[in-house]
Design a protein around this ligand. Structure first.
Ligand code: KG4
Ligand code: ZN
Length: 368
């Protein structure tokens, strides 16, 4: 990862610990920022399997699992980075939005470590962190703010205008289900397993995207409305399946497999249509040339291909992280924290966990 420059105002190298526990992944990373740019020394993700049984994240189980795992994941991240805890000079941590119990586990650890060692702690917004995954990969190259960003995951669907890596404005958000949540719920209806997004996307590859005309919630797109909605689409799929007598056990398993693949492909097409149209509208309204997608749903191939084609036709540039960096991880949190440190800011030690995006605050103050 080239480029960048030292994090401290003196330009010296800095070792940063990053922690992410906003949902159901326990993540710790160690980053080094120096004159030669940012290096990722370790990046551990421990995904919680416990939720598969419920086919959705159970918040209380998620916090308990974070409590159980965070210590070992921290030790392993330091060990793989070959960095002793004493050498860490700053801590970046997601303090919202997310599940409150989950956030508190990572945040409490981060604050305790930073306070005890008298080093800066940086509260990071989870949306900003997803966008920062692009900075990790492309520090010297393609993408620089301003850009239009889409963060689409199991808990979020937000369209933002980023004027800097750590300065951005919300242009639109889902009014109900997140895009990834819609994928997960439809996958559950189809009996595909959890998390449903990647499985549904794979299933859709064998189906016809124009098999069924599921509804698209445009929400006054022509007038520039950038909010989104996916719960109607999910309900339409459910009603359609009910009408088909689902879950049926047809004698012919090929018929059943075709129905599942066609529903998956038609549903995915509806989500891609809306996400792409809203994102392109945001670019048109702001006159911004670069478009960034991030979050678990950004790993979706149909979405990536559609956006690559449509941005290309309009002379815009699309940037997406490698699929491995789309999902939750602490490397992106570390990168977002570095952006704040480079601006000369960190958070107060009394920073709180904030579950809702609208209320989120980084409790920033000048670096001591
Ligand atoms: O960013 P992420 O790992 O965690 C959250 O912050 O939620 O995103 C996970 C979400 C899940 O809803 C998952 O089903 C969805 O992203 N997802 C996908 C794909 N890969 C993951 N959705 C559609 N297509 C995919 N290939
Ligand atoms: Zn996320």
């Amino acid at each position: 990862m080239p480029g960048g420059g030292g994090v401290t105002r003196s330009g010296a190298t800095m070792l940063l610990l990053a922690i992410e526990t906003s949902c159901d992944d326990t993540c710790v990373a160690v980053l080094r920022d120096g004159a030669a740019g940012v290096s990722l020394l370790s990046n551990l993700v421990s995904s919680q399997m416990i939720h598969a049984e419920y086919q959705g994240v159970v918040p209380e189980l998620a916090s308990r699992e974070h409590m159980r795992t965070i210590g070992p994941v921290l030790r392993e991240a330091l060990s793989r980075a070959q960095v002793p805890l004493d050498a860490i000079e700053a801590v970046g941590v997601t303090n919202g939005p997310g599940l409150i119990g989950s956030l508190l586990v990572g945040l409490s650890l981060a604050k305790a470590l930073a306070y005890a060692r008298d080093i800066p702690v940086v509260g990071v917004n989870h949306i900003e962190a997803h966008l920062a995954s692009l900075a990790l990969e492309h520090e010297m190259s393609a993408v620089r703010p301003p850009f239009i960003g889409l963060v689409a995951s199991g808990g979020h669907t937000e369209i933002v205008l980023a004027t800097d890596w750590s300065r951005w404005e919300l242009l639109g958000a889902t009014r109900d289900d997140a895009a990834g949540e819609a994928f997960d719920k439809v996958a559950k209806l189809l009996g595909l397993g959890f998390p449903g997004g990647p499985i549904l996307a794979r299933t859709a590859e064998a189906g016809r995207a124009d098999a069924y005309a599921f509804p698209r919630a445009w929400l006054d797109l022509a007038r520039g409305e950038l909010d989104l909605s996916f719960s109607g689409l999910k309900t339409a799929v459910k009603l359609f399946l009910d009408r088909q007598g689902w879950p049926m056990a047809p004698a012919d398993s090929d018929t059943r497999a075709r129905l599942v693949a066609d529903v998956a492909a038609s549903f995915q097409e509806a989500v891609v249509d809306v996400l792409a149209a809203k994102l392109l509208k945001a670019a048109e309204l702001t006159g911004v040339h670069d478009v960034v997608i991030a979050g678990g749903v950004a790993a979706n191939r149909a979405l990536r291909e559609r956006l690559a084609r449509e941005t290309g036709r309009r002379g815009l540039a699309l940037h997406a992280p490698a699929p491995a960096l789309c999902a939750d991880n602490a490397a992106m949190v570390g990168m977002a924290a570095l952006h704040h440190l480079r601006r000369g800011e960190c958070s107060r030690y009394d920073l709180a966990a904030i579950p809702n995006l609208d209320d989120w605050d980084g409790f920033y103050r000048p670096l001591p």
